[in-house]
Design a protein around this ligand. Structure first.
Ligand SMILES: [Zn+2]
Ligand SMILES: [Zn+2]
Length: 235
């Protein structure tokens, strides 16, 4: 009945579609999948296969608290409308479709993961938005993989992560942004954690979460996002 009153629309272009929570063919083909060779740690894509375990400049030069991060798509004109609709436009019906993309991009992680954790929103932002898009994805991944997820283990103290400045400055800015909920240490200690978020911009958010999790004794911390910003200059 709801579909008759409000026919589903493509989140990319707004065209009418027969089914909700999907993309039209044109928008689907505009997505850039990150399936080629990439940095073994952060997943930064390389134009050519360099053979073996290869790392990007940032992962060479800086300590990484996460072990490996993978993303499904490049964050660009093709994926942006989808991500913005999901994050700010109440398009929560996209969660199953987007978690399909995560299932594919993160397939190497699921046999090595004990617990899935979404990157949390600041409580003030959660009240305004009414949902945490990363938690919706974590819940979908949990039901598909059978792995447990917990939405209240990680807490966010700062509403925004400053993205300006050089790499070292950004890391310093986000250092105190996250903490572990009191009493949750036993869920973390000795466990392999998979962090889920919608977009990897500079990696500072995942770094900050991973740092806290490692401090609490996590054995491994992986990261999985739908999209990532790929800028040659960002290294
Ligand atoms: Zn479309
Ligand atoms: Zn890297």
């Amino acid at each position: 009945m709801l579909d008759l009153l409000l026919p589903p629309r493509c989140p990319g272009c707004g065209d009418f579609l027969p089914d909700a929570g999907k993309l039209c063919a044109g928008c689907w083909f505009s997505l850039s999948f990150l399936s080629g060779p990439s940095c073994n740690c952060c997943g930064y894509p390389f134009p050519h296969d360099r053979g073996g375990e290869v790392y990007c400049g940032v992962c060479h030069a800086h300590e990484r608290h996460f072990d490996r991060v993978r993303s499904a798509l490049t964050y660009d004109g093709g994926s942006r409308p989808l991500l913005l609709g999901f994050k700010h436009g109440d398009r929560t019906e996209l969660a199953p479709f987007l978690s399909d993309l995560l299932m594919q991009a993160g397939r190497e992680f699921f046999t090595e993961t004990d617990l899935i954790l979404p990157v949390p929103l600041h409580p003030r932002r959660l009240i305004r938005r009414r949902y945490n898009q990363a938690a919706l994805l974590a819940g979908c991944l949990s039901s598909r993989t059978g792995l447990p997820w917990e939405g209240l283990v990680l807490r966010r103290h700062k509403a925004t992560i400053p993205q300006e400045g050089n790499y070292t400055l950004r890391q310093k800015n986000v250092r105190a942004a996250f903490s572990i909920q009191k009493g949750c240490q036993e869920l973390i200690e000795g466990r392999r954690i998979l962090l889920v978020d919608d977009v990897y911009t500079t990696g500072a958010t995942l770094q900050s979460c991973a740092r806290e999790l490692k401090r609490q004794g996590a054995e491994k911390v992986f990261g999985l996002t739908i999209a990532r910003v790929v800028r040659p200059g960002m290294l």
